[in-house]
Design a protein around this ligand. Structure first.
Ligand code: MSP
Length: 516
């Protein structure tokens, strides 16, 4: 049977600077979703990349006495290094300076023109270069950029415009008929009220700088960087080129995962450009909140940017991924601090999960020479644990259908918590003192280790390095069939299994050594 496809994207990041922990959040979340979909049987395509054109990059390069390309190349190499270190497995990385991308952008622009949706006019208005966004006078906040609060510039130049206003009603109708299109609901409401206030035509070319893709029929103009950037979602699939197999296979995207600050571009401008060409629209735009510091936004000028590479060296990739994915509820902002991160690692990973494994493995070695035998039929206490395990699989599937990663991890950790409680209730260390309880002791250890296996399968998309270490301790390395989503059925651990002691999965962090 042909697998169902699933195409997920991240925003393409500006290589104006190194990425921080907030950017890492988006990409790790997309990676976790992509891995989950693969694990549950989908044909997945996961795209990320870099947004390399525009005035901001041109100026940053000039300030360093470099060409824009010289400037961006090492920064983009840094992005790829970060994704490798975070174990992000994308299927493609699109750079907007690549020939394949330029080709699609030019085709796309030309198609809009042929469709009669582009006209030339004089532009006079404000522009925020850090945000690469046009604003009208009344959109400004006290004369400054309403998004980033920085100074805006007055632009006066001849430009091409896209007839966006023409599509406002069609967009509103589409959004009303497709409630899943913009998520969460709070962001959908924001977008709808923005469009209801009246949509203006969009300025889509610039002439006063050079670093961009040329408008095909008027090379004095470069394509507005957001039109260039949004097109990455189809240029990476070969849209408008001879080799458009991927486009035919994966478009429309299932999810564009983006931060709340760039919702307007993804939920309004991009779908309207696609509508104009009668192309299928992405199925969902999912806008997540921001990772903030107690002191506010992370920014280079404030000098409070958190470098994920430092955290990765200190705590390891799975701990950092777990923290990011568990801490931030999708719909709202979350606060980062190294102390809360260390507390989560200590409580959830070191104590609840890691310790459950090491205690149980140690007992099996001590009491049964490390060999697991067939369990007895379940009693009431056992059955409660077994039922919760089955329920957990169902709830995880329901949570992930809504892409609620943080809730998913909380659901899985309820089962971990229940297994810890079960150990306390059944007290295998006491059973071991009574020779007549040998079978009961084996059953208890079997049940806990089976929970450990189920939990470990379920965390694989979120913490991809931990499972191999657990399989080794459980003696399951050579049983790949027991690592799969399909194996999430109770009682699969084979009798005769031999466990072995391994290194501590998540060493405890000394909180007194953390400053923030
Ligand atoms: N280049 C554009 C995107 C073009 S997509 C066609 C851009 N780049 S960016 O590098 O500035 O930001 C990329 C993403 O990082 C955005 O989704 C933004 O919301 C996200 N984040 C930036 N800071 C963040 C936090 N502090 N927390 C969470 N996400 C953050 O915009």
């Amino acid at each position: 049977m042909k697998k169902q496809t699933f195409y997920i994207t991240t925003p393409i990041y500006y290589p104006s600077d190194k990425l921080h922990i907030g950017h890492a959040y988006t990409t790790v979340a997309a990676d976790a979703i992509a891995r989950y979909k693969k694990l549950t049987g989908y044909d997945v395509y996961f795209l990320t990349g870099s947004d390399e054109h525009g005035q901001k990059i041109e100026r940053s390069a000039a300030a360093k006495g470099q060409t824009p390309q010289e400037y961006v190349d090492p920064v983009v190499a840094g992005f790829k290094n970060l994704w490798d270190k975070l174990d992000v497995r994308y299927d493609d990385f699109i750079r907007t300076t690549e020939e394949r991308h330029k080709q699609t952008v030019q085709v796309f622009f030309e198609q809009l023109q042929q469709h009669g949706d582009i006209y030339k006019a004089a532009y006079a208005g404000r522009y925020c270069t850090p945000c690469e966004t046009f604003f009208t006078e009344h959109q400004l906040a006290a004369g400054k950029c309403p998004d980033c609060d920085r100074e805006v510039e007055l632009l006066q130049e001849e430009s091409y415009f896209f007839r966006m206003s023409k599509y406002a009603d069609r967009w509103l109708k589409f959004v009303a008929e497709n409630p899943a299109f913009i998520q969460p609901v709070s962001r959908r409401n924001e977008m709808v009220s923005f469009v209801k206030q009246g949509l203006e035509d969009l300025c889509i070319s610039r002439t006063t700088f050079d670093w961009g893709i040329k408008v095909p029929f008027d090379p004095r103009h470069v394509v507005y960087v957001w039109v260039d950037a949004l097109t990455n979602y189809i240029s990476a699939l070969g849209y408008g080129t001879a080799d458009n197999q991927l486009y035919r296979r994966y478009w429309p995207a299932d999810v564009h995962l983006v931060g709340k600050d760039i919702m307007r571009f993804h939920a309004i401008i991009w779908p309207i450009m696609l509508m104009a060409l009668d192309l299928p629209l992405p199925k969902q735009i999912l806008g997540h909140g921001w990772l903030l510091l107690e002191s506010g936004k992370m920014s280079k000028s404030k000098g409070n940017v958190v470098d994920p590479l430092v955290l990765l060296d200190k705590y390891g990739v799975d701990a950092v991924r777990y923290y990011l994915l568990r801490e931030l509820p999708f719909a709202a902002d979350g606060y980062y601090s190294e102390t809360t991160m260390a507390q989560r690692i200590n409580n959830d990973l070191a104590n609840d999960y890691g310790n459950l494994l090491s205690r149980t493995v140690a007992m099996l070695i001590k009491y049964q020479q490390g060999v697991l035998k067939k369990p007895q039929p379940a009693g009431a206490l056992d059955q409660a644990l077994i039922n919760l395990a089955g329920e957990t699989r169902r709830v995880v599937a329901a949570d992930m259908a809504k892409l609620e990663i943080s809730t998913t991890l909380a659901t899985i950790w309820q089962l971990v918590g229940r297994a810890n409680k079960y150990l306390e209730e059944t007290a295998p260390w006491a059973l071991a003192k009574d020779a007549t309880q040998a079978e009961r002791l084996n059953t208890v250890l079997y049940n806990v280790l089976e929970v450990m296996r189920l939990v470990t399968v379920m965390i694989t998309p979120f913490m991809p390095n931990t499972p191999a270490k657990v399989w080794e301790q459980l003696g399951l390395t050579a049983h790949p069939a027991l690592h799969t989503w399909e194996s999430l059925q109770w009682g699969q651990l084979p009798p005769g299994l031999v466990v072995q002691k391994g290194a501590v999965l998540f060493p405890r962090i000394d909180l007194s050594e953390i400053s923030g």
